[in-house]
Design a protein around this ligand. Structure first.
Ligand SMILES: Cc1cc2nc3c(=O)[nH]c(=O)nc-3n(C[C@H](O)[C@H](O)[C@H](O)COP(=O)(O)OP(=O)(O)OC[C@H]3O[C@@H](n4cnc5c(N)ncnc54)[C@H](O)[C@@H]3O)c2cc1C
Length: 433
């Protein structure tokens, strides 16, 4: 039993902690519910799609220290992935378009805010009436699309902070896909005799100071001195009869309450591969009235509003994205219906018949991360209560139970793989000290 640690979840946070702890001589067992490692990192490697298509995390957003340190250590390269942001509005394609007009006024008013409130209430108060309808609508779309958050819950202070720290960062894609990082971490852990057990859905946790017993759905049980819970916030928020949810004996009510006070977004990612990159053809160029070659992202008001290409890589894949309350509303929608909505959105934007697009479609994949029982959403965002809740969740219970994951990270790269890796490493170091 001595020096034994159980980690629930083989995502970026869990594996980073596993690797750090096993390197330092701890006996680590990682229990993972799925039949694969990576969690919200899932690179597709079959031949149906453009190789290394990312079903989950795709970009390294900026010069992120822990990710780049790891890439260097693992000798994995990444490539530049910046692309122009376009907007499709009222039939027009606008390149490098500001998503939110009156941005400066918005920031000025946010800077004057003394007491935190959700962004929806803030906008109703500071930007009322018809005059600001478009501004309110744009902020709603931005918060739900980019942060995948519910504007009725998202903290104005946190968004103020995020928007003012938003640098013109270089974006990258990882060669071989984000899963190369995951495979590296899992292999390092196993090389130090760590175990990564797949298909192990944890259900109940029995604990006292210095002792943990974890029971899985299949009846298997594991014991250790310490436990790291590296599960997504969405699964921790699920009620106990739901798939993936865990219970504690004895209960930890203050922590359970803190978990409910944090925000977890919703997202659906849509991957479509076509016979031709019709978004680059002469017809599109004629509709847009300009060279469309560099169009990377396209934001629209369609049902599936956001689309991007693999620029600067050449490919015939388009990625669709819908986040926030609109994605949450589609939690029970069949994939076929979401696919239809995606194709109709593209047909409207590019002025094609939907049947023409269907004829060109080679492969499709709808990844409804909110409906997935082992993620139950996208990534965390701050509610008004989140800073205090996070502080508690970052406090270990009797040096025996530790929570880790992207939602517990305190820096500016919130909600990212960097956040998960950083938090996983920090908590592992805390245990070792
Ligand atoms: C569609 C999408 C796109 C994204 N794009 C980007 C991006 O471009 N760049 C970026 O940096 N970040 C992106 N992110 C966010 C990023 O993927 C996450 O922040 C990060 O991967 C989270 O890592 P984690 O280890 O905290 O959680 P996870 O990766 O979710 O790992 C948690 C693990 O716990 C397991 N688990 C759950 N319940 C149980 C149970 N009961 N028993 C055992 N195991 C369990 C899960 O199966 C999972 O493997 C994206 C996320 C999504 C969903």
């Amino acid at each position: 039993m001595k020096n034994t640690v159980i980690i629930i979840g083989a995502g970026a946070a869990g594996l980073m902690a596993a690797c750090t702890l096993s390197n330092a001589g701890k006996t680590v067992t990682v229990l993972e519910a799925r039949n694969r490692t990576g969690g919200r990192i899932h690179t597709l490697s079959n031949t149906l799609f453009f190789k290394h298509t990312e079903l989950g995390a795709e970009f390294v957003h900026g010069n992120l220290p822990v990710t780049f340190k790891l890439l260097k250590e693992a000798k994995i390269n990444c490539r530049f992935a910046n692309a122009e942001m376009w907007r499709y509005k009222n039939g027009n394609f606008e390149e490098n378009s500001m998503i939110i007009e009156e941005w400066e006024l918005l920031i000025k008013k946010l800077n004057g805010l003394q007491k935190d409130t959700n962004i929806y209430d803030f906008l109703q108060l500071e930007f009322p009436g018809d005059k600001y309808e478009e501004l309110r609508d744009s902020v709603w779309k931005f918060v739900s699309g980019y942060d995948t958050a519910d504007p009725l819950k998202a903290s104005s202070f946190a968004l103020r902070n995020e928007w003012q720290n938003e640098l013109e960062n270089a974006q990258h894609r990882v060669d071989g896909g984000y899963c190369s990082i995951i495979n590296y971490l899992a292999n390092e852990c196993k090389a130090k005799s760590g175990k990564v057990l797949l298909n192990s859905v944890v259900k109940n946790i029995f604990w006292k100071k210095g002792y943990i017993k974890v029971a899985c759905e299949d009846g298997a049980a594991y014991e250790a001195e310490q436990l790291l819970i590296a599960m997504p916030l969405g699964v921790l928020q699920a009620s106990k009869q739901e798939k993936g949810a865990i219970t504690f004996e004895p209960k930890i009510p203050a922590y359970s309450q803190a978990i409910q006070q944090m925000g977890f977004g919703a997202v659906i990612k849509i991957l479509l591969e076509f016979t031709d990159a019709f978004w680059l053809d002469k017809k599109t160029e004629a509709i847009a009235g300009k060279d469309v070659n560099k169009m990377g992202y396209l934001f629209s008001d369609e049902e599936i509003p956001t689309w991007w290409t693999q620029v600067p890589d050449q490919s015939k894949v388009l990625t669709g994205w819908i986040g926030g309350p609109a994605a949450a509303d589609k939690i029970a929608m069949p994939d076929a219906e979401i696919l239809e909505q995606g194709l109709q959105s593209l047909a409207n934007i590019f002025k094609r018949d939907i049947n023409e697009l269907k004829g060109m479609l080679i492969a499709s994949r709808i990844i409804n991360w909110t409906a997935d029982p082992f993620s139950r959403g996208s990534y965390a965002y701050d509610t008004v209560e989140a800073p205090i809740a996070r502080k508690l969740l970052n406090t270990p219970i009797e040096n025996t139970i530790f929570f880790i994951g992207e939602y517990l990270y305190e820096g500016t790269a919130m909600g990212t793989v960097e956040a998960a890796l950083t938090n996983g490493e920090e908590v592992a170091k805390k245990i070792l000290n």
